[in-house]
Design a protein around this ligand. Structure first.
Ligand code: KIV
Length: 287
């Protein structure tokens, strides 16, 4: 795989080439580096960090400063993938001007390369304003988690034909306003397929079936770190929750038994190393 930076035009061109976009969330430099090494195209610093990093029940408490902080961490770890930062709750719905300021901070301070915001036709003017300032925008329709209270929970969308029509109109409005990519969350596969056919920008699905132009998952979920969380759309690619608990339990046992550190982990006076203890390969400063 080429190590060339994944750019906005390259992502937009994927649709024509019928080449799927691989997106994952990332919140820190270590996971960003691992996802980069494994070939992810796009890293989303999602406001899902409110749930998987901060331990909240939803994404609403996440602030702009939180996302800026985590985006800076991701930008230090990732070289090839495109980095998109989520616009948190109430940072883009009061006015287009506020949205532009918030998006500008994510790009300038966070070092994101695009921003994502939730909503449909009602967000068209804001999307156009942010795009006109040279900031690429990713849209997000279907289940929009920041509206969890008005939706009555994290529920599948597009259950009725009226709601499916509205989501299609929203997707078109977001694309027409200038978004370069569109996340489709929690909707029937046929609806995501229709949208993917009807908009010219790539769609990236989560819980939206196989017909999207790409897929995104929350990295902690797909690695099995969020034990007990197993919605239908999620495939577990690892069971790291169990692995981490086993490793910590073994460590605890060995510390208590005095078995760690062993002689091979211990330096005596006559064996003191000359070089740096933490330098070299353990750090990878990509920018
Ligand atoms: O915040 C997030 O992680 C997201 C993805 C699930 C699309 O918005």
């Amino acid at each position: 795989m080429s190590s060339k930076k994944v750019t906005v035009p390259a992502l937009a061109a994927r649709k024509l080439k019928n080449k799927k976009i691989v997106m994952l969330t990332a919140y820190d430099a270590t996971f960003a580096r691992l996802a980069d090494d494994a070939g992810a195209d796009m890293l989303l610093v999602g406001d899902s960090l409110g749930m998987v990093i901060q331990g909240h029940d939803n994404t609403i408490p996440v602030t702009l400063d939180d996302v800026i902080y985590h985006t800076r961490c991701v930008a230090r770890g990732a070289r090839r993938p495109h980095i998109c930062a989520d616009m948190p709750f109430m940072t883009y719905k009061v006015s287009s001007e506020e949205a532009l300021h918030a998006a500008g901070r994510l790009i300038q301070e966070g070092r994101a390369e695009s921003v994502k915001l939730e909503g449909g036709a009602e967000m068209a003017e804001t999307i156009a304003r942010v795009v006109s300032a040279g900031i690429p925008v990713v849209g997000h329709v279907g289940l929009t988690p920041q509206s969890v209270h008005s939706l009555g929970g994290f529920k599948m969308q597009g259950k009725t034909s009226a709601s499916r029509d509205r989501i299609i109109q929203d997707a078109k409005a977001v694309a027409d306003a200038g978004a370069f990519c569109l996340v489709l969350e929690s909707m029937p596969a046929q609806l995501a397929e229709t949208i993917t056919e009807e908009v010219t920008i790539p769609t990236v699905g989560i819980g939206a079936g196989p017909h999207c132009d790409g897929q995104v998952l929350v990295i902690y979920d797909m690695l099995g770190m969020n034990e007990g969380f197993k919605p239908k759309f999620l495939k577990l690619y690892a069971s790291m929750g169990g692995d981490i608990k086993r490793a910590v339990a073994t460590y605890a046992e060995e510390v208590r038994a005095g078995a760690f550190p062993a002689p091979e982990h211990t330096t005596t006076i006559d064996q003191q190393p000359q070089g740096e203890l933490y330098g070299g390969g353990s750090k990878d400063t990509r920018h």
